[in-house]
Structures are given as C-alpha cells and as structure tokens.
Design a binder for this molecule. Structure first.
Ligand SMILES: C[S@@+](CC[C@H](N)C(=O)[O-])C[C@H]1O[C@@H](n2cnc3c(N)ncnc32)[C@H](O)[C@@H]1O
Length: 223
C-alpha cells in the first residue's frame, strides 16, 4: 500500500482527483444518500478518512451530525484535523488514529471509500468489515468504494488513458499507476465482495457508482 505519510500525505488532495475518475461525484452522491436516510443526530464512522473529504462533504448536509474520522496514517489525519479546524467543524469530529477495535462506536452509518482495496487478502478484508459491523447500530448503513477486479480486458487500459488525457495525470504518473495497480492494490470481484459482506451479516450490496475500475456499493447491517 502507498504509505500516505510525509509528501504522499501532503500531495494527496492534488493527486487523488487525477487517479480516480469521478472522485468528486463519488463523494457527492454518497453524501446525497446519507442526507435523505439518516436522522438529525446521526453518528457517521468514516474508515480511512484520509484528509477528511467525506466529512467536509457531509458536514453541511446536517449541522447536528457527529463524525468519527479513523485512519491508520497520522499524517493524513493531521491534515484532516487542520481542515476541520479551518472549516469550523472540529468540535463535531472525533479523530481515531489506528485500527478500530471493540465496539466503542454505535454509528448510524459507516463510509469506507477507497480504502479496502489496499487491504491484502480476504481474511484481512473480512476483519476490517467485521470491525465496521461491530461499530454500527442494527440496520446501520455501510457505503464502500474500491478498485474492483477488471470486468473485461480493456477497462484498465481505458482507465490509464483517461487519467492521462482527461484528468491530467503525467506519463510518469501513469507508469507509476500501472505499477501500483499490480503491486499495491488488491481488488476483488463484486461476487467475492457480496460473499464477504454476507458472511459477516451485511445485506447484499447495491451498486450506486461505477467509473471504469472503481465501483461503490451500499449495504446495511442485518440484525
Ligand atoms: C486513497 S485514501 C482515501 C481517503 C478518503 N477516504 C478519500 O476518499 O479521499 C486511503 C486512506 O485509507 C487509509 N488506510 C489504508 N488502509 C487502512 C486500514 N486498514 N484502515 C484504515 N485506514 C486505512 C490510508 O492511510 C489513506 O488515508
């Protein structure tokens, strides 16, 4: 996995929009669904919160929502912390550095956007989803987005070309992306994801976003 420390953390916000087609749209339509489904005083657990994009997007949707910003990178969370302070929403956010153990959070919804594809192996992906499950209320929603296994033999190449020609990724960046997709990402199929979620106790995922290799799904905790 990329380290998401030092320069990688500092450059993240400039970089990510060139790597994920529809990055802004993904966040906007995830927020749109939470806005019409969550109660006024909801708690939202954000796994792999990074520099805080999900929370920045959601903070305006309801002024009474509380957020947990969790990440394994202290450098990413430090940037998120500063962003929350600058926007005047810091008091609405609990920052959680490190893995989520136990069941401290009784969240109404959880987001795990662009994170699980970095977790290698079904066992560890399942452990991460299990931690989310135990920190959700019954019926709690989960929104997941990841690089998925390619669905045909041209999707990946189209993605590299699109990032270069439409999103402004340099040729050097494309070369790095090709290498990273092979060495640092661990995509699974929709069928495999459905099985992992079902084994833990989540409902069958509903797809709500797809842009070349990246897909997003909503699901909920079954009692
Ligand atoms: C591509 S960034 C996504 C950040 C944010 N969700 C967004 O959409 O901009 C991936 C983030 O996941 C974090 N991460 C990677 N593995 C993780 C894990 N097992 N648990 C929590 N966070 C993790 C990284 O430190 C990084 O901040």
């Amino acid at each position: 996995m990329p380290t998401f420390t030092g320069e990688e953390a500092l450059n993240y916000d400039q970089r990510i929009g060139k790597l994920v087609p529809g990055y802004a749209l993904l966040h906007q339509i995830t927020a749109a669904q939470l806005a019409v489904t969550l109660p006024p005083n909801a708690t939202i657990l954000v796994i792999g919160a990074g520099t805080g994009r999900e929370i920045i997007e959601l903070a305006d949707a309801n002024k009474d929502w509380h957020f947990i910003a969790q990440d394994v990178s202290a450098d990413m969370l430090a940037i998120a912390d500063q962003n929350f302070t600058n926007l005047g929403i810091r008091e609405r956010v609990t920052i959680h550095h490190g893995t989520i153990g136990g069941d401290a959070y009784k969240a109404d919804a959880a987001l795990c956007l662009l994170v699980m594809h970095f977790v290698q192996g079904e066992h560890d992906k399942s452990a991460l989803l299990g931690q989310v499950y135990t920190n959700l209320k019954p019926e709690g929603q989960l929104y997941l987005a990841d690089l998925m296994s390619p669905e045909n033999d041209f999707e990946r190449e189209a993605q590299f070309q699109y990032c270069h020609t439409a999103l402004g990724l340099t040729e050097q960046g494309v070369t790095k992306m090709r290498r990273n997709f092979t060495n640092e990402f661990f995509p699974i199929s929709t069928q495999c994801l459905t099985e992992l979620l079902g084994n833990i106790g989540f409902s069958t995922p509903t797809p709500y976003f797809k842009a070349l290799g990246f897909s997003a799904f909503s699901t909920h905790k079954c009692i």
